[in-house]
Structures are given as structure tokens and as C-alpha cells.
Design a protein around this ligand. Structure first.
Ligand SMILES: C[S@@+](CC[C@H](N)C(=O)[O-])C[C@H]1O[C@@H](n2cnc3c(N)ncnc32)[C@H](O)[C@@H]1O
Length: 207
């Protein structure tokens, strides 16, 4: 299972949430998979919700939550099946203080990212934070590029997976269009064996 529970939580995620844990308010694990970050944050004492479009992964996460916190834990309310393109159907506006989106937002084409960002902007409180990990840099040499503009390229893999790769500045520019300021851009880490693209974490703040 990709991004299973055992994958370590990044040091930057740990530092960010340690610094805001006491004042964090409600947090959303956006595309939570089996709930790696959801459980980490819940166990830090942060009021956390999560969603993912995979019914299988949410079922797994709900069962895990019941195991950890007991049968009265409201797992169905905390962990929902849903699509990042329809975030407004899942949560009211201005609900979250932080939205964490780790290795999710690039799993669609450019237009999908714009729709997902609209949903994120709506769901965050004014002054709220958006912590995101994206693939930054050039797609692997052997990828099939189906769309490309100055700052980004969309690829389609043999199994049909669509991914968008941004240049770092172009990604920040998109966020600025939605009224976010950049608070932190963390050091990159190599992604996979081909090393053209990097995983990069960013912290943005909604005005
Ligand atoms: C690489 S995994 C990362 C999971 C989790 N964020 C983590 O770090 O452990 C990507 C996740 O994004 C979810 N996902 C992809 N597209 C989505 C969409 N349109 N709406 C909701 N979830 C989506 C997948 O089901 C998968 O669980």
C-alpha cells in the first residue's frame, strides 16, 4: 500500500505542527490515504479530520481509528470518502486553521489543481495555513508529456496516472493568485531514482 502507516513523517511537518500544536485549531489531512498524518496529528492533540477518494483506504483508516481510540470514536465523521475537486461538499467554508496536503495535489492535471486550490482556499479560515508537498522540477525523461506551459508539465504514465510537475516559482505564483503568501519553502529532497523532479514542501498562508 502506497504511503502506508510506516512511512516516516517529514521533519518539516513535525516542526510545523509542534510549533502550532497548542493554537492549531481544526486541521484537515487532505488526501489522507490510510491516515498516516491524520493519526500523527490526532495523537499530538490536534483536532483533525481527513478525507480521501479511495473507499478502501478510508475503510482501513476508520478501522485503525476504532482500534486505537475505541468503538465510540466517531470515525465516519472524522474520516470521509471524498474528492478534492468537490471539497465544498465535504466541509463548510472557513473551517480549518491548517490544511496539510502531502503527495496528493500533483496527482491530477493542471486544471484539477486549480479546482482543488479553490476548494482549499474556501475551506481555510482567514489567516489559515496550507502545508503542501508537491513534485517540483522536470518530469522524468521517459515520461509522456500531454500538456505543458511555461511553468508546468502534465504527464500520463503507462498505467494511466496523470501527474503535474511545476517549476517552484510557478507553483508559488499559482498560490499567490488565490491570495496566499509564501511563508516557507523547505529544502528539496530527491524523488525516486531518476532525480529530475523533487519533492518539495511549502508553507503558505491565506490572507
Ligand atoms: C501518495 S498518496 C499520499 C497519502 C497521504 N497524504 C500520505 O502522505 O500518507 C496520495 C493519496 O491521494 C489520494 N487522492 C488522489 N487524488 C485524489 C482526489 N482527487 N481526491 C481525494 N484524494 C485523492 C489517493 O487516493 C492517495 O491516498
Amino acid at each position: 500500500m502506497r504511503y502506508a502507516q510506516t512511512q516516516p513523517i517529514s521533519v518539516n511537518v513535525r516542526k510545523y505542527f509542534a510549533s502550532v500544536a497548542m493554537s492549531c485549531g481544526i486541521t484537515l489531512d487532505h488526501g489522507c490515504g490510510v491516515g498516516r498524518h491524520f493519526f500523527y496529528l490526532t495523537e499530538l492533540g490536534i483536532d483533525t479530520y481527513g478525507f480521501d477518494f479511495s473507499e478502501k483506504l478510508i475503510k482501513h483508516a476508520r478501522e485503525d481509528a476504532i482500534q486505537r481510540y475505541g468503538p465510540v470514536y466517531p470515525a465516519d465523521e472524522r474520516l470521509k470518502v471524498g474528492n478534492m475537486f468537490h471539497l465544498s461538499e465535504l466541509y463548510p467554508p472557513h473551517e480549518f486553521y491548517t490544511i496539510l496536503s502531502w503527495a496528493v495535489l500533483y496527482e491530477c492535471d493542471f486544471d484539477g489543481i486549480v479546482i482543488a486550490l479553490e476548494g482549499i482556499e474556501r475551506a481555510l479560515k482567514p489567516g489559515g495555513y496550507f502545508f503542501v508537498m508537491m513534485r517540483i522540477g522536470d518530469p522524468p525523461h521517459d515520461s509522456c508529456i500531454i500538456r505543458s506551459e511555461g511553468g508546468w508539465s502534465v504527464t500520463k504514465e503507462a498505467n494511466g496516472t496523470i501527474r503535474t510537475y511545476f517549476k517552484s516559482i510557478a507553483f508559488s505564483e499559482q498560490l499567490k493568485r488565490f491570495g496566499f503568501s509564501i511563508e516557507k519553502q523547505y529544502l528539496r529532497f530527491a524523488y525516486g531514482s531518476k532525480k529530475q523532479a523533487f519533492g518539495q514542501e511549502f508553507l503558505f498562508r491565506k490572507k
